[in-house]
Structure formats: C-alpha cells, structure tokens
Write a protein that binds this ligand. Sequence first.
Ligand code: KG4
Ligand code: ZN
Length: 358
Amino acid sequence: MYFFLMLIFYFCNVKSLILLKTDLILAIESSCDDTAAAVLNGRKVLSNCIANQDMIHKAYGGIVPELASRAHQSKIIPVVTQALSEANIDKKALTAIAYTQGPGLLGSLLVGSSFAKSLAMALNLPLLPIHHMQGHLLAHFIQDKNLKPPCFPFLGVTLSGGHTQLLLVNEYFEMKLLGTSLDDAIGEAFDKCGKRMGLSYPAGPQIDKLAQAGDSQRFSFPIPNLNRYDVSYSGVKTAFTNFIHKQEQKNPDFIQQHLNDLCASLQFTLVQIILNKIEKTAKDLGLKQIVIGGGVAANSEIRKQLEARAQTHKWEIFLPPLAYTTDNAAMIGIAGYYKLQQKKYGNLSDSAQARLTL
Ligand code: KG4
Ligand code: ZN
C-alpha cells in the first residue's frame, strides 16, 4: 500500500490530484511593464510571480513601449513556468486561463493575450479576458487573511500610472464610471514631477519615501476644483514644474536642498485632489464603503489620509495589501474566477485593446 502511494506521489503529483476538482486558474498580466503570472485555486492564490522591468526603463525616465513588449516576450515563458512550479500544478490540471485584454500598451497586451490564447488552444481550456482596472478592484475578493471583501454596491477608486477613476461598483463586472482624470493620471503626475526632480522611473515610491522626512506644508500647489466627479492632474504638474524652474533660476541647488519638502508638499497636494473627490462622490451617492486599488494605492499618505477621513465620515475603507496593489497577475486570476463562475468565457477572436472600456 505504502509503495503504491509513493508511486502515485512520484508520477502524478499529489497536490494536482487533490486540487483536480476545483477551479485552477492560470492568470497572465502584461498590460504595462511587468510580466506577471499567477495560479489560483478558486479564490486562493497558490503563486503570484512577477518579472519587473524597472531596470530596463529606468534610464529613459518612463516606459519605452517597444522595449516593454520585447521584455514581455523573453519573460513570459519563464514567469508562467515559475508560477506553475511554485503552485506545484501541472498545466494539464488547469481549468481555465485568464489574461489581461486591456487597457494598456498594445504591444505588451498582445504578448500576454497571444500566449494565453495559444496555451488555451493547446490545452483545450476556456479563456477569460479581463479588464485590468476591474482586476485592481476585484483583488479585494482574493481569499487572504489580510483582505476582507467589500459588499456591493461600493465606491471603487482606481489609482494607477494610466488611470484615476471613481466607480460605482454594483456587481463584479458591473462598474459604472462616475469620474475620471481629464488629463494625467495620479501615478503619471507622481512620475513626471519626480522626473523633473531628477528621480528615476517609477518616481512614485521614491517620492513616498523621501516625503517621510519632509514638511508637507512647506510649499503649496493649486488644487483644481472641477465640477462633478472628475479630477485633473496636469495643472498641478505644470505649477510644480514652473515653481521649480523659477526657484532654480535663483538657486541652482534648490531641488537638492529641498527635496524632502518638495516631495512631501507635492504628495500632499496629489492626494488631497483625489480625497476631496472621494469625499464628494461618497456623500452624493450615500456610499460608505471605499475600496481603492492600483499602484498608487500603495502610497502611505493616501492610506493615512483615507483612514483619517474614514473616521470623520464613518466610512469602511478597503486597502489592498502591497502584493496586490501594483500590477500583479493574482488580481487577473480572481477576476477570472468570477468570470468562470458566471460562465463569461472569451474566445480566440477577442482582440487586445489598448483603450478597453469598462
Ligand atoms: O497599477 P500600476 O502598478 O500600473 C499601472 O496600471 O499603471 O501603477 C503604477 C503607478 C506608477 O505611476 C508608480 O509610480 C505608482 O503606481 N506607485 C506609487 C507608489 N507605488 C507605486 N505612487 C506613489 N506612492 C507609492 N508608494
Ligand atoms: Zn495597474
């Protein structure tokens, strides 16, 4: 008997056998500059792997789309192999393949979507095309001790390098856009202002760090007051750039001498803009659950200020753990899980879309 069990373990991989009857989803995310793959068993993340491209784009002060696509091409097989191996799952045990259909950089999306389609075809598996921003919000439904799923409806706020959105989330895939950035996204504002201060890409996390030792009230920048629920970040960016330009004419070392205060003041303003809109939207719609997602949701100031306002307004706030904040494939996997539950399958003719709408 013992010998027989050993044989099964050796040849079949016991974990794959035990999990055979559950939903094993391979998820692929390649919308921007990170090649990511994850394996989920239902809502539980078995592996979540990322090949980061920061070193490639660092020298250019932003993402170079052509270099991003090439890096995805060289990384996708190793990352998917790693995700399957860390999850201890054979690809033949998979139930479905989820991938990011858009929005994002077209060349990058094409690498992930083509790979997902080819693998699905080879293994005869259903495809689950996912909207990247929906993935950022649905990350809160991952089964994890640090996460508590919100209840519908809630106010979803996506904060990334390409998007700043306020959404009324009525259901997993029923998200109504209430407001958005009319120009730069919040992450873009962090990155572009950071570049002006000589910081490398992505500047957001560095500004967050440098701001810890700075005075957020040292400099002030304008906060736009738009009607409705839209936001704008290009005005602050221009005001910040002009301010630095003027100061440098008087003192060429201005940035170096005031880097911490500049970061803290800029960060305070960028965060204030979105928090004012969250406050207005939540009040007008009578929403008490605020759920944030996207790379900028990692920002310590936004977390701190959101917690303070939550106390005042009796909101329940949902902050993702850092592993599920910046781009990752687990968030695509959980969105895939709900699509699978609802039998919302994709097919081979679904095309990658740089400007996929909600
Ligand atoms: O969601 P994400 O990983 O990729 C996109 O979908 O764009 O977001 C990337 C953005 C970048 O602009 C990056 O600077 C910003 O998130 N970011 C931060 C922090 N961590 C990442 N911005 C401010 N503070 C942070 N701690
Ligand atoms: Zn993202």
